[in-house]
Design a protein around this ligand. Sequence first.
Ligand SMILES: Nc1ncnc2c1ncn2[C@@H]1O[C@H](COP(=O)(O)OP(=O)(O)OP(=O)(O)O)[C@@H](O)[C@H]1O
Ligand SMILES: [Mg+2]
Length: 259
Amino acid sequence: MPLIEVNSLSLAFGHGAAANQVLDRVTLEVNAGESFGLVGESGSGKTTVLRCLAGQYSHWRGELRIAGKTLAGRLDRDRCRQVQMVFQDPYGSLHPRHTVYTALAEPLRIHGLDHEAERIDAILDKVGLNGDFRFRYPHQLSGGQRQRVAIARALVLQPRILLLDEPTSALDVSVQAEILNLLDGLRERDGLTYLMVSHDLGVVAHLCDRVAVMQQGRILECLTVDALCDDQAQHPYTRLLVASSRADGASRPLAEAAA
Ligand SMILES: Nc1ncnc2c1ncn2[C@@H]1O[C@H](COP(=O)(O)OP(=O)(O)OP(=O)(O)O)[C@@H](O)[C@H]1O
Ligand SMILES: [Mg+2]
């Protein structure tokens, strides 16, 4: 049984003639322990799929299941513990006047979990930050450190699933690789399951097993990363993405040489 099942998920914003159909019968499955990528042009609905799974919208139609359990529109405590989301911009997801400790303690308090200090030390260690970071504020951290704290906050409740929305695209290239390696290691160590949005096929190829390609609220195709790298994509749009990603890769050394 897949851990995440999205079946014919549709969502519109607005009503009547002004309605904007943002998701149109999106269907995908993610197996336990898998890392699944979601790619596609800006506005195609990638973030919206994650937000539906995270319980941030309730007016969708279709079926969502986690570990065989059908999700209702409203958020329940169980789902919060099982499914956590990491956003692109860790500045936006961390409260500017809360220390790292407070940011990590908050979900523990909401869920009534004990051994707060021990859990916080352990989770900071897991994301590669030492205890000295506990009393820092977000503005006292680098971009990469902030994203480590955001990942720690998502993991502190020991979820099974991380929904990752472009987790490295706001970061410097050198730091991107560090965070991707951290995510990769965490998944292996803790048997986590990832559903990850990225506009960077290189990132997806590095971190994911399978990928779904979205356009205008629909899934165009779903294929393994091996097939994608092996030029086996069927859909012209996917082929275009692959071609432009290769062109980017080729132009990067040229751009560096010119600088
Ligand atoms: N709360 C909202 N109210 C109205 N429209 C929304 C809302 N959230 C998203 N949309 C619209 O839904 C569409 C899909 O948005 P979404 O954020 O899922 O795209 P995306 O694929 O994540 O794009 P990007 O790659 O730029 O992040 C867009 O047209 C957006 O304007
Ligand atoms: Mg998005």
